[in-house]
Design a protein around this ligand. Structure first.
Ligand code: F6R
Length: 608
């Protein structure tokens, strides 16, 4: 949801800003812009379109030459993607970039209009620029920012230049991520660490309502009243290579290929003496024993990881699990109490609805556990307990490796839960853990099947619609597979519990329509096969995702993607989801779409 950057130092500011924006393009890519002080004057260049369009504009017009500036890559909320709605926005003596949504922008606009301000764009962001200018009456930037903060409702991370201070970048945040990079005689702001990782690994987390002023002497922090603050400098664990494509044509393919290592690292982090161990994060057996019911809350793929968790925790621990879409959960007034545990799952740790779900649970006094890939994120910091998944930065908009590490952690939690509730003994817990440790190898066997996946993709490339079906864990996988495909190929696809077909959706089956049957669970295989027969009888083309040894009646399956695995069926989601990701990836590429930047989407949905 929009990426913002800012820089002051000795380097060419335009280059640093563009480099940072490239790393943040996953957050939005419908327009981009930079504003840089050229001596005492701010020069702004911005355009509609991806960063490539911005590069071209800079080449045509000449990039601003200076050492202090701000930049933005946009995911439109208010006002269509256009040159005029692109950031940075200037009004009066102030130029800003903004990530977030200013909820009361309409009333503020009226207030400012009455005082003679006019607006060039349809954005909520320009209102913030005007308001800053309005409160800049005493030519005191800090005062202007603190007064403005008091008026703005909603979420915002702002990078700010004041015309009178050509050697300063200011920034402030509330409910939108903003990190300050601490270099040698240079300073950065960014929505996410990869934007400045190439230059420094040192960073400071800005908390809500905090302000930073960066000048030639470094970074100066203030609270919402403008009083100085001491902030801790931290060192990022991610490195530059992790945030680059590393020879792959797309981040998505790279991230699919990182899954064996990411899952292994995750398991190593939370297994000791052959069993799951979450003592370090406070998830003890005593606590788990007390838990009578679990809510899993997340959005999109993270929520689908929760559906896998439901099957696994309920099956092993016999503890009821409810999975909720975070945007519903936050408004549904859920019945929860002190015997419950709310698990929030989020790759980015910044998703607005998931964060609100977490806050709701906390406000009701319910214990909260976050499973998060970004260690320093708001959700990671807000939950009572946090399990960090060490998958490294996930840059492709489409979530892949984060899902795998989320479910790896959820399996471990399920084993420990089952043990704490007396459903399994230590030996069984050890055996299950050992089995799970075989998952990285099974994933490796799947992700080398490029030819098979490309062939299946070639059969899907021109279809308008398709279906995913499965039962039990295969249904959970179908939901995720269908989301992956629709998100990056724009092909309409639906996932159904295979047994539901007869209750309506089967009327949509026509000759040649593809149906991807996820058939990894042997306890329900015969039933899934019956449902495959039903669609086959109506002319569907069936693509099976299954084990190598699974046999189907002759002619029933048109294509298949096998995985060769000794894993128990319980863990089949790990290799099987990689097969579904690969099918979606290659179909997207064959359709000429950039899978890393699908239309209308952005990673890290920090607005409601
Ligand atoms: C799908 C996808 C989204 C995210 C969802 C939650 O490929 O990427 O559905 O899973 O927006 O994001 P996080 O996990 O960052 O909370």
């Amino acid at each position: 949801m929009c990426g913002i950057v800012g820089y002051i130092g000795k380097r060419n500011c335009s280059d640093v800003l563009m480099d940072g924006l490239e790393k943040l393009e996953y957050r939005g890519y419908d327009s981009a812009g930079i504003a840089v002080f050229e001596k005492d004057l701010i020069r702004t260049i911005k355009t509609r379109g991806k960063l490539q369009a911005m590069q071209e504009k800079l080449a045509n017009e000449g990039k601003p030459i200076g050492h202090c500036g701000i930049g933005h890559t946009r995911w439109a909320t208010h006002g269509e993607p256009s040159d005029v709605n692109s950031h940075p926005h200037s009004n009066g003596r102030v130029t800003i970039v903004h990530n977030g949504i200013i909820e009361n922008y309409s009333e503020l606009k009226d207030f400012l209009t009455e005082r003679g301000y006019t607006f060039a764009s349809q954005t909520d962001s320009e209102v913030a620029a005007c308001l800053l200018d309005y409160y800049y009456a005493e030519r005191n930037p800090l005062k202007a920012i603190t007064e403005t903060m008091r008026e703005l409702r909603g979420s915002f991370a702002l990078g700010i230049l004041f015309r009178d201070f050509p050697d300063r970048v200011y920034a402030v945040r509330k409910s939108s991520p903003l990190i300050v990079g601490v270099g040698e005689n240079e300073s950065f702001i960014a929505s996410d660490i990869p934007a400045f990782l190439k230059f420094t690994k040192k960073f400071v987390l800005l908390d809500d309502d905090e302000i930073v002023c960066m000048d030639e002497n470094g970074q100066h922090f203030y609270n919402g009243h403008g009083l100085p603050l001491e902030k801790e400098v931290q060192i990022a664990e991610w490195d530059v290579e992790q945030a680059q494509k590393g020879g792959f044509p797309h981040y998505m393919l790279k991230e699919i290929h990182e899954q064996p290592e990411a899952v292994k690292k995750t398991l190593d982090a939370y297994i000791s003496n052959g069993v799951p161990d979450f003592e370090a994060v406070g998830l003890t057996d005593e606590l788990l024993r007390d838990v009578k019911r679990v809510f899993v809350v997340g959005c999109g793929t993270a929520m689908y990881a929760g559906i896998v968790a439901r099957y696994v925790i309920e099956r092993l621990a016999r503890v009821p699990v409810t999975v909720e879409v975070a945007s519903e959960f936050r408004y549904m007034d859920p019945i929860m109490g002190k015997d419950d545990l709310v698990i929030v799952i989020s790759q980015s740790g910044e998703t607005a609805d998931t964060k609100a779900g977490l806050e709701l649970a906390k406000s009701r006094g319910v214990r909260t556990l976050a499973i998060v890939n970004v260690k320093y994120s708001a959700i990671a910091r807000g939950a009572d307990m946090c399990i960090h998944t060490p998958a490294g930065p996930e840059i492709s908009v489409c979530c892949t490796k984060a899902y795998s590490v989320q479910i790896a952690v959820l399996y471990l939690i399920a084993f420990r839960f089952a043990y704490a509730h007396g459903q399994i003994d230590e030996n069984v817990m050890k055996r299950l853990t050992e089995q799970l440790c075989g998952a990285p190898k099974s994933i490796e066997n799947v992700i080398v099947q490029n030819d098979e996946c490309q062939y299946i993709a070639s059969q899907l490339v021109n279809v308008d619609t398709l279906f995913y079906i499965g039962r039990g864990l295969d249904y959970a996988l179908s939901l995720e597979g269908s989301l992956k495909l629709k998100e990056i190929t724009y092909i309409h696809s639906e996932a159904y519990a295979a047994g539901e077909l007869k209750h309506g959706p089967i009327s949509l089956i026509e000759p040649n329509i593809p149906v991807i049957a996820v058939a990894t669970q042997r306890d329900v295989l015969a039933k899934t096969v019956s449902n495959m027969e039903e669609v086959k009888a109506r002319g569907a083309r069936i693509i099976a995702v299954c084990r190598k040894e699974t046999e189907f009646a002759e002619g029933m399956v048109d294509m298949r993607l096998d995985f060769d695995s000794d894993l128990d069926d319980l863990f089949a989601p790990l290799p099987a989801v990689c097969a579904l990701q690969m099918i979606a990836y290659y179909t997207s590429v064959l359709r000429g779409i950039d899978p890393d930047k699908p239309r209308n989407l952005a990673k890290s949905v920090t607005t409601e």
